[in-house]
Design a protein around this ligand. Sequence first.
Ligand code: PBG
Length: 330
Amino acid sequence: MIVESSARMPLVRPRRLRRNAVVRGLVREHRVDVDHLVAPVFVAERTADAGPVPSMPGVARFPVDGAVDEARQLFGLGVKSVLLFGIPARKDAIASSAYDPNGVVQTAIRAIKSALPEMTVVADVCNCEYTDHGHCGVLDSKGEVDNDASVELLVRTAVTYAEAGVDVVAPSDMMDGRVEAIRRALDARGATDVAILAYSAKYASAFYGPFRDAAGSTPQFGDRRSYQMDPSNAREALREIALDIAEGADLVMVKPALPYLDVVRAARDAFDVPIAVYNVSGEYAMIKAAVANGWLDGERAVDEVLTSFVRAGADVVITYFAKEYAARHA
Ligand code: PBG
């Protein structure tokens, strides 16, 4: 009897290393370090535009002084990098408010850097929040997004951010050649220390919906498929990333995060630069909605999701969960 049952006993038992929390901690392969989190912050030029974002419970648009307070709280919790988005008072066809030296993002950069010099301030560089038509570039006579004319505006914006004291500029427009154009313009003005975080593999995704509510940047006609990537393509993502690295990107990004973890892994294996993922608004909203309905344990779900990014190979994680994660793990 004994011989018979021991013959069926497994020799190798992975469960031995799952027996208690200490052993599990000992063999844990990946951890989410608060040092690697970046918190997006929306800054509104008009106080009338400030306030909670309905589709993103827990996220708000702040006036400049509120953004400084938010940055201070984040810094105190150990989240020492923020990614700024602006909601300007005025929009027009050529996104003038984006490259106004006294625009909302430029003002917020100055305010945050003066209050918290050690905070890493990253600023999103794009036209979509600043154009009246909501596209990420300027339109040509046929109503199509003109690549090279759009790049000129992005360069102007990046330069004004650098003059305001930004640490990192993050072009999110997906125009061709913008990384090199921005790098050359920054260098020509002596802003050699300003790094570029390129939204390199940015997909035309349904998961940006809540962000577009928050930033008021929904295209007024058409969609972004002529510049953002087709969700079906993975090889193309590596090509986009390789191009941005060749053009001088210091960090590259895959966005959104959860539906593209295969791309994060492939990029990690193929390149040596730091890789960022953007856990976007729709990914945040899904979890918040499920938690509000009592369908998910939010804390466990957030920990699991953030861990998946690190496990897939991301170095930098941009997430609306940064503050609550840091507060829980402080
Ligand atoms: C601007 C931009 C977008 C996001 C970041 N930068 C929106 C878009 O491309 O439509 C999305 C961020 C999010 O959904 O959290 N182009």
